[in-house]
Design a protein around this ligand. Structure first.
Ligand SMILES: Cc1cc2nc3c(=O)[nH]c(=O)nc-3n(C[C@H](O)[C@H](O)[C@H](O)COP(=O)(O)OP(=O)(O)OC[C@H]3O[C@@H](n4cnc5c(N)ncnc54)[C@H](O)[C@@H]3O)c2cc1C
Length: 424
């Protein structure tokens, strides 16, 4: 299957992914892998039964409107209209040409899902979110692909045969610098979200071929990003993408974990898509490698975002099948068991439950809490979401009465754009 190219038609603004929800250090558990326990703080001023009171009314109303549209048949027509407007060249409609339209889109949709277009805006969004009481943030360099370089820029400067190479190198450099700049906007304990295809055509080709390691320039760039992340005590994860890229993404990320997740430090997380039938075996493989080779494993568990654009037969046949598989992986990891038979000793593992599904979040929270309260072996778990989408499930967990979760993060994202508009 050919990957879908998602190069934007013209260079776009940077978009960032952020997030947060508040927790305070509480105590250490007596599990095999003691963890810092974090609890909700500051407590919302309103009554116990109104955790959403910490959210501004405007945000709640916007959330209600957007999530209602997203769950309704209006989604496709709305996305088509937005795509039309964004790509329009008309003086009236184009947000690039009409400041009023630009302001309108920004004030309504963009600001709800994205953290900002420049460092100042992103910093102020992060401050605002942390002020709401969220504990941490996840920022992603929003460009998933590189801007098309205008061949006119290169004419006369480099021979034709080298132009492709110049384009590739520029893309990698831009990706590296974008990620490093984004990293500077987060603090200790926060996450940087990274997408390998964002490094441009060289990355896409190597991933599509299934190369076991990245091209040298990408290798150098990602090593630099990992080193900088470790130095400021943040973490990073590598996003999961379409299946055609995934074997190589897994291989490249496992190599990073081998290198950076040592001596109890977990700097790098890989993403597992539970909707894939092979995901349980893939988790087993990750666990076995980590146990045999002595490094720590970081897993961000998602259901998977590419169901409409990927090899359907490799994805669970029904939503309940995906849900069962997701729950099974969470349960196995939180009870320190291999999800399939035949595992050896259980390695050092961190889990990030990335889901908007309230039931999933509650179950993971309840199991984690039960294991900790009863001094049963478990692993550290954190949870997070994309900005602007069903934020309430994490706010509920962050409210009084739900205060012994081991870390909680929310992610603010332009994921809607990735999933539905760019691929449309
Ligand atoms: C913090 C964060 C990071 C993320 N990072 C990534 C990433 O790196 N890569 C990625 O691919 N996604 C990523 N996602 C998106 C994620 O994979 C899901 O698409 C999204 O979160 C919706 O799933 P859910 O668990 O939140 O909610 P739910 O609404 O419970 O689940 C919806 C999901 O169920 C699955 N599903 C729906 N219908 C069916 C069906 N008929 N058969 C089988 N399965 C079905 C699909 O995966 C669908 O997205 C991320 C999400 C979050 C919150």
């Amino acid at each position: 299957m050919q990957p879908q190219r998602i190069w934007p038609r013209r260079p776009g603004h940077l978009a960032y992914i952020v997030g947060s929800l508040p927790l305070r250090h509480a105590s250490t558990s007596s599990s095999t892998h003691p963890a810092t326990l974090l609890a909700a703080a500051p407590a919302p001023s309103s009554p116990r039964h109104a955790p959403l009171a910490v959210m501004p009314t405007r945000t709640l109303v916007k959330s209600l409107v957007f999530t209602s549209i997203m769950a309704s048949p209006l989604l496709q027509p709305c996305l088509s209209v937005m795509k039309y407007v964004v790509e329009s060249k008309s003086m009236l409609l184009s947000p690039a040409r009409n400041p009023l339209m630009n302001h309108l889109l920004r004030a309504t949709i963009y600001n709800h899902f994205c953290a900002g277009v420049n460092e100042n805006e992103v910093r102020s969004t992060v401050k605002y979110m942390k002020g709401l009481g969220f504990k941490g943030v996840i920022l992603g360099y929003g460009r998933e692909s590189v801007a098309k370089v205008d061949p006119d820029d290169l004419d006369g400067q480099v021979p034709q045969a080298n132009q492709q190479q110049v384009v590739e190198e520029r893309a990698i450099e831009e990706w590296k610098q974008g990620n490093l700049r984004t990293l500077k906007m987060i603090d200790e304990g926060d996450y940087l979200g990274i997408k390998f295809t964002g490094a441009g055509p060289a990355a896409v080709e190597a991933l599509r071929r299934g190369d076991p390691s990245p091209p040298p320039l990408i290798q150098q760039a990602i090593n630099e990003i990992c080193q900088a992340t470790a130095a400021q005590k943040s973490r990073l994860w590598i996003d999961a993408e379409q299946q055609v890229f995934q074997p190589a993404i897994d291989a490249w990320t496992i190599d990073l974990m081998r290198q950076f997740n040592r001596a109890g430090n977990v700097v790098v997380y890989n993403t597992i898509q539970a909707y894939l039938k092979a995901s349980t075996a893939n988790v087993q493989r990750h666990l076995t490698l980590a146990a045999n080779e002595g490094w720590s494993l970081g897993i961000k568990l998602v259901r998977g975002a590419y169901i409409a654009h990927d090899i359907r037969s490799r994805i669970h046949d029904t939503k309940p099948d995906t849900d069962r598989n997701y729950d099974h992986i969470v349960q196995s990891l939180l009870t320190r068991e291999f999800p399939l038979r035949g595992g050896s000793s259980f390695p050092d593992v961190r889990l990030f439950v990335a889901s908007h599904n309230a039931e999933t979040v509650r179950k993971a929270y309840a199991l984690s809490r039960h294991r900790r309260d009863n001094h049963l072996p478990t692993i550290p778990v954190e949870m997070g979401q994309l900005q602007g989408m069903a934020d309430e499930s994490l706010v509920v967990l962050g409210s009084p009465g739900h205060n012994s979760l081991d870390g909680l993060n929310v992610r603010l994202a332009d994921r809607m754009r990735r999933r539905d508009m760019v691929f449309a």
